[in-house]
Design a protein. Structure first.
Length: 362
């Protein structure tokens, strides 16, 4: 059985966990390995996946001892045991305070691995040109890097290893015939704009955003729909935003609002497949809405969302959260859909994310 270590964001986030589901199911004869904390282990139950738990058990105890003697973190060394490394994720190249340390670790894995492939990503945001320059050099050394947006690809298109294909989640196998399912649930993916990594503009928009969601819920209830608030990531405090929104309603109204906290990836897929409409703030809520042929309205918090709408030339309404004003709070949302033909074309192109990985694992 072939083996590969998966670098990624394994902290109970729907988007990244969809990546993990897709790659594990696509290559059932490959044994995959990841590292995460014990609180997230239950999210990752795939037959061909081994999870190293970073904060419980023998390895965690050993790691504490190594830390005491100022030795390297054992979990940062585990990937060095693998010939094949696949880094799979979306916004995994963001300039933050620790970017040089992260890059040193990536270069270490690159040096000692036989293959290093990166799929599903976008680049940035960044401000320092050194950040861009160092990553140009790093990407020159990898076997393959496939971006999910044209903006990122164009930054590195001179690198023959750089490619573009639509987001990995578009390649998700449709196991539910969404057209045969009829409900009056409207999925609303919520994000916490107060989360520590959000920029100041987003944090300043939290009140208007959450008031807008409140007005949307009121409109849906008047139309006898079931507003379904979905938290995609507990680690990033989506549930805090859900709670703040619910607290703006009286007890009787709260009973009419459905709340879903992400616990299982198939649970999320089932909810989206049954929904009548999708109001998406989370990036992958939009992607799932498209994939499941739903009527969609987007409340965008990030350029990565705006870019994919532009790249794919899809005609769905997109409202920038920063542009929501008091005057626009009561305005009804508009919805759009993507044709079956276009979805099928996008899905086929999305499979090209795995083009180079196929050569290694199949």
């Amino acid at each position: 059985m072939k083996k590969a270590y998966l670098l990624g964001y394994w902290q109970g986030n729907v988007g990244d966990d969809l990546f993990l589901k897709i790659i594990c199911e696509k290559y059932p004869k490959t044994k995959f390995y990841i590292s995460t904390n014990n609180e997230y282990k239950e999210y990752y139950k795939f037959n061909n996946l081994k999870v190293y738990v970073e904060d419980k058990g023998f390895l965690a105890s050993l790691n504490k001892m190594m830390k005491f003697f100022k030795l390297p973190n054992i979990f940062s060394l585990i990937p060095l045991l693998f010939s094949n490394i696949i880094e799979i994720g979306g916004s995994i190249f963001i300039e933050d305070d620790n970017w040089k340390k992260t890059l040193r670790r990536r270069n270490l894995y690159l040096k000692y691995s036989k293959t290093y492939n990166i799929i599903g990503c976008n680049f940035g945001p960044y401000k320092d040109n050194d950040f861009l320059s160092y990553y140009r050099e790093f990407f020159n050394g990898v076997d393959d890097i496939c971006f999910r947006d044209l903006y990122s690809y164009n930054l590195f298109k001179d690198n023959e290893k750089a490619r573009y294909a639509p987001d990995i989640v578009f390649s998700l196998a449709n196991k539910v015939d969404a057209s045969s399912v009829s409900t009056n649930e409207v999925v609303i993916s919520i994000i916490d704009l107060m989360y520590e990594t959000r920029n100041s503009k987003l944090k300043n928009s939290v009140e208007q955003y959450e008031l807008k969601i409140v007005e949307v819920i009121k409109d849906l209830l008047r139309d006898e729909k079931i507003p379904t608030l979905v938290s995609f990531c507990e680690h990033e405090n989506d549930s805090n935003a859900v709670e703040r929104i619910l607290n703006r309603f009286d007890t009787e109204t709260k009973k009419k609002i459905k709340v879903v906290m992400y616990e299982d990836i198939n649970q999320i897929l089932d909810i989206f497949s049954r929904a009548e409409r999708v109001i998406a703030t989370r990036y992958h809520a939009m992607i799932l809405g498209i994939k499941f042929h739903k009527m969609i309205s987007v409340l965008s918090y990030s350029k990565k969302i705006d870019r994919v709408i532009e790249d794919l030339k899809i005609d769905i309404p997109n409202t920038r959260i920063q542009n929501i004003t008091k005057n626009s709070l009561s305005g009804l949302l508009t919805y759009g859909t993507v044709s079956d033909k276009q979805i099928n074309e996008i899905s086929k192109k999305s499979a090209l994310q795995f083009e180079h990985v196929d050569e290694i694992l199949e």
